[in-house]
Ligand binder design. Structure first.
Ligand code: F6R
Length: 613
């Protein structure tokens, strides 16, 4: 969602801020702005546009004064449409204080009315603007103090960075329920909402916790708690480098990330399987056999793609750990009345570890005394810090808005978890366990077989054929239905084609009415026990002149005659087929998006990290 970058040091702040904003755009951006302290005159200079950082640069490069300290913000609209006025930074009436904010101020209406009564003039429709007027109200010569008092008055979530021309050498930052990171340099320091903006300069960081305040200058970074007491922070050294967050020769991040999947799976499996013993090792869980046997039910809670991984997890956990599993979108879970008891386990899945609904669901489970396990790609994220236990996917940075490699590594962890719980609970035999461990270990090599130039060309041709349709069905049974859900979401996001996933057996209960001449249906057939049933459903579609694009396991011989086009995925263990099966669907979405000239890495209206409800 919105992105924050701030700089205090010896470089031209303008360059650092613009580069930072560009690096953060992948999170979703509809307007951008900067505020800098003019070096000579010590006054504030602010520039904002409705549009991306490149437009801001076009309008401002060479036109602003020199500065070594400033803030930059990329906005993803929640309150008030994208416009120059609604873009951050917001500025106080006396034009001395500028503030940028990620999050939502829930009580902004009440605060705004009160501040207007006191004479503050508001220029935007945003919730954020109340913050800068509150800081102005409480400013008595100490910006840190004013920020502390202002944040005491607000309800909601925030990561903020504030500058004041009366204190031209420092930036004040604070966070609650929205990520904020400090980058540590020599004679320069940084603040950002995401590592991507810091990596060209430093890998040494502080990850801020809720309720922490920072005073940052070129020479120092001081962290305080809400009571004003100094906190000694641990330095977190980022392991991945800037190359991992660049395209590396690929035309788009999405394609790069699809191609990285064999390696991402290898990295996620590393040290977690013992091939010789045929066992899974998850010491991070710190779980005894007795504790595992006491679990009576699992809730998997997540949003979007991560919840689709959850559906695959449900099948694996039910089959291997013999446990009942419910999967809920986090936005639904938090507003229903789940019947939780102490022997239940909640698993929250989140690539970013910062999705607002998922975090609220996590907190709800903890409040009710349920143990929470987080599966996330973001070390140090809120989900990782707040859950009782964390399993990290090692997908590396995922920059394209549409998730690919993070999804695949979530599947891997869910398989590992199901098998591990099965081992502890005695619900998988030694032979079954060993077969699956071998199967998991072999997955990267099988994925490589799908990522060949020949396969890519074939999938591109299909994409071109699909690109002129307005609506496409995805169908499958059992695990294939879970894959269909994810495949259809990918197509929607990156090609803007309406795509809907259905359990294949449900077609005749309604959707079949829509099948007419040539209407495309993407079908999946990887599950032997429902193969004949799925093939019957395919024939029902073809009898109505629908065109079927089938993704099927290579061991199903003779299946070519059953569809208009068939893409074979390599043979893997029946439970693991969602791993190879999603690759052709990701690639179809990617190439269809390209054929329709869509911005595949940054689809309209979407954000990488959804930190607001
Ligand atoms: C789709 C996509 C989203 C995310 C969802 C949850 O490609 O990426 O549906 O999966 O916004 O995000 P995380 O996993 O960060 O909680």
């Amino acid at each position: 969602m919105c992105g924050i970058v701030g700089y205090a040091g010896f470089r031209e702040a303008y360059d650092v801020l613009l580069e930072g904003l560009k690096a953060l755009e992948y999170r979703g951006c509809d307007s951008a702005g900067i505020a800098m302290i003019n070096k000579e005159q010590g006054c504030l200079e602010v520039a904002k546009v409705a549009g991306m950082a490149s437009l801001l640069e076009q309008r401002t490069r060479g036109k602003l004064s020199r500065s070594n300290l400033g803030l930059g913000h990329s906005r993803w609209a929640t309150h008030g449409r994208p416009s120059d006025k609604n873009a951050h930074p917001h500025v106080s009436c006396c034009h001395t204080i500028a503030l940028i904010h990620n999050g939502i101020i829930e009580n902004y209406r009440v605060l705004r009315a009160a501040l207007e009564k006191e004479g503050h003039r508001f220029l935007s429709q945003t919730d954020t603007e109340v913050l800068v007027h509150l800081v102005e109200k409480y400013y008595r010569g100490d910006l840190l103090e004013a920020v502390r008092e202002a944040t005491d008055r607000v309800e909601g979530s925030y990561a903020i960075a504030v500058v004041c021309s009366n204190e031209p050498q420092r930036i004040i930052c604070a966070r609650k329920d929205s990520p904020l990171i400090i980058g540590l340099g020599q004679g320069e320091n940084f603040v950002a909402s995401d590592f991507a903006a810091l990596l060209p300069y430093t890998r040494r960081t502080y990850i801020l916790e809720d309720g922490e305040f920072v005073s940052l200058s070129p020479e120092s970074v001081e962290v305080f708690d809400r009571g004003g007491n100094k906190i000694v922070k641990e330095i977190y050294e980022v392991e991945w480098d800037i190359a991992a967050a660049e395209k590396g020769g690929y035309p788009h991040f999405m394609l790069k990330e699809i191609m990285e999947q064999p390696q991402a799976v290898r990295d996620t499996l590393r040290r977690r399987i013992d091939l010789e013993a045929g066992r899974v090792l998850l010491p991070e869980l710190d779980l005894t056999a007795e504790e595992a046997r006491r679990i009576s039910k699992i809730y998997i809670i997540a949003c979007g793609t991560s919840s689709h991984a959850g559906y695959v997890g449900k099948y694996a956990l039910e089959r291997l750990a013999s446990l009942p599993v419910e999967v809920d979108p986090a936005s639904e879970f938090r507003y229903r009345d789940p019947l939780l008891d102490q022997n239940h386990l909640a698993i929250v899945i989140s690539q970013s570890g910062e999705t607002a609904d998922t975090l609220e669901a996590l907190r709800l489970c903890k409040e009710k005394g349920i143990r929470v396990l987080a599966i996330t790609n973001a070390i140090g994220s809120s989900a990782a810090r707040e859950a009782d236990r964390t399993l990290l996917t090692f997908a590396g940075p995922e920059i394209a808005v549409a998730s690919t490699k993070a999804y695949l590594t979530q599947l891997i962890l869910l398989y590992l978890l199901a098998l591990y719980l099965g081992q502890l609970r005695g619900t998988v035999t030694r032979e079954q366990g060993a077969e699956l461990v071998r199967g998991l270990n072999g997955l990267p090599d099988q994925l490589v077989k799908i990522l060949t130039p020949e396969c890519l060309t074939e999938l591109k041709e299909i994409a071109v054929a699909l690109a002129h349709w307005d609506s496409i069905f995805y169908i499958g049974r059992n695990l294939d239905y879970a894959t269909a859900l994810e495949g259809s979401l990918k197509l929607k996001e990156v090609s803007y084609i309406h795509a809907e996933a259905y359990p294949a057996g449900e077609l005749k209960h309604g959707p079949l009415a829509l099948i007419t001449g040539g209407m495309p249906v993407v079908a999946l057939a990887t599950q032997e026990k429902v193969l004949e049933k799925t093939l019957s459903n395919i024939q029902e579609i073809r009898a109505r002149e629908g065109a079927v694009f089938l993704v099927a396991s290579e061991e199903f011989v003779g299946i070519e005659r059953q569809a208009d086009w068939v893409f074979h995925i390599p043979r893997v263990h029946q439970l693991l087929t969602p791993v190879p099966a999603i690759l052709p669907l990701q690639l179809i979405a990617y190439y269809t998006g390209l054929a329709r000239e869509c911005p595949v890495d940054k689809p309209r209206n979407l954000a990488k990290s959804v930190t607001v409800e």
